[in-house]
Design a protein around this ligand. Structure first.
Ligand SMILES: [Zn+2]
Length: 335
């Protein structure tokens, strides 16, 4: 059986931003091999793991990409300017430690003028720069070039039942999906476990994978916001430690009522506690699956997560384990 925490820690070491997922894809393909009949990596880089069954095609997915920065300009003093791969709140990047794909480090800071004249929310990515410790433009150019990518630096920390990491979204769900795969011995369904690319830049990998697989129904696993901490404006009932959520709606999709009922039944049958999720910001791969070809019945299991898209995302390990269990139950349940 696949151990979630060990797998998550391993995937952290190969985390990459959208479009650069190949090292993570290779690691996932190697882990998945023993648990399915066929593993392939498609043109865009999605890892598609097929566990054959006689019945309907079920596509389950979690995204491999993490949010990142892409270098757009190197200035005369050797400081780097950047754009975003995925959704950042710019001011929250100030002071963040980043790592480039080649392993080099850097620190994000803000132009003095913007700090003095703007409110926090008005600060844009154009006001920020990445300092890699270069002494000049020339020495910076020896270390990086335009188009290189950077992501948050950070290890997994365990705080009692909670995990802290920059990559919970969505590598924790990738680890949970691998665990679910290892929990399923046999199923009537024809199972596809898919690890998608480029979710953070517009659900792109899921769209082509779903088109190719042509599933009868689909279930994604991603993180969702919570309403249980002092910084959270969202009026959500979701909290850490109360089990996975079964999504009803987010900005990108309305889950099919049939799928919501299906997931709730699976949870009840397996004694997995769950929470109802209506998310008012953000979307996920389920939306791309739902809209493929003539339409696909789609649902979503979410892992409650505080501080999404920050350097310190927090999830409950218990919720993650139960999410994996719920996905395994769903994989074995016919629709
Ligand atoms: Zn996500």
């Amino acid at each position: 059986m696949i151990d979630i925490l060990k797998t998550f820690t391993h995937l952290q070491s190969v985390a990459r931003p959208s479009g650069f997922e190949s090292p993570c894809a290779q690691a996932i393909a190697a882990l998945a091999g023993p648990y399915c009949d066929e593993v392939k990596i498609d043109t865009l880089g999605n890892v598609i793991c097929h566990k054959k069954g006689p019945g309907k095609r079920l596509m389950m997915a979690a995204h491999m990409d993490v949010i990142g920065l892409i270098i757009t300009h190197i200035d005369k003093k050797g400081f780097l300017r950047f754009g975003a791969l995925g959704g950042f709140v710019p001011y929250r990047l100030i002071g963040a430690r980043m790592k480039l794909e080649n392993g080099m480090g850097g620190s994000v800071w803000c132009d003095e003028k913007a700090m003095e004249e703007k409110k926090l929310e008005e600060i844009s990515l154009n006001d920020l720069y990445l300092d890699i410790g270069a002494e000049s433009e020339e020495s910076a150019r020896k270390m990086v070039q335009v188009g290189d990518v950077a992501m948050y630096e950070g290890e997994v920390q365990q705080l009692g039942q909670m995990l802290l990491s920059p990559y919970c979204d969505d590598l924790i769900a990738c680890a949970a999906l691998l665990s679910a795969m290892s929990q399923v011995e046999k199923s009537e369904n024809d199972l596809y476990f898919v690890f998608t690319v480029q979710e953070e830049v517009g659900l792109r990998g899921a769209a082509t994978a779903a088109y190719a697989i042509d599933p009868d129904f689909g279930v994604c696993m991603d993180v969702t916001r919570t309403g249980d901490n002092p910084s959270e404006k969202a009026k959500m009932v979701v909290k850490l430690g109360a089990g996975p959520t079964i999504k009803i709606k987010d900005v990108s999709l309305l889950c099919n009522p049939q799928m919501i009922a299906h997931l709730r039944e699976a949870a009840k049958e397996g004694d997995v506690p769950y929470q109802d999720e209506v998310l008012t910001a953000g979307g996920t791969d389920s939306a791309a699956i739902q809209k493929t070809r003539g339409g696909v019945l789609s649902g979503c299991i979410s892992i409650p997560c505080r501080y999404i898209h920050s350097q310190n995302e927090m999830v409950s390990l218990k919720d993650v384990e139960q999410s994996a269990r719920l996905m395994a139950l769903c994989a074995q349940r016919t629709l």
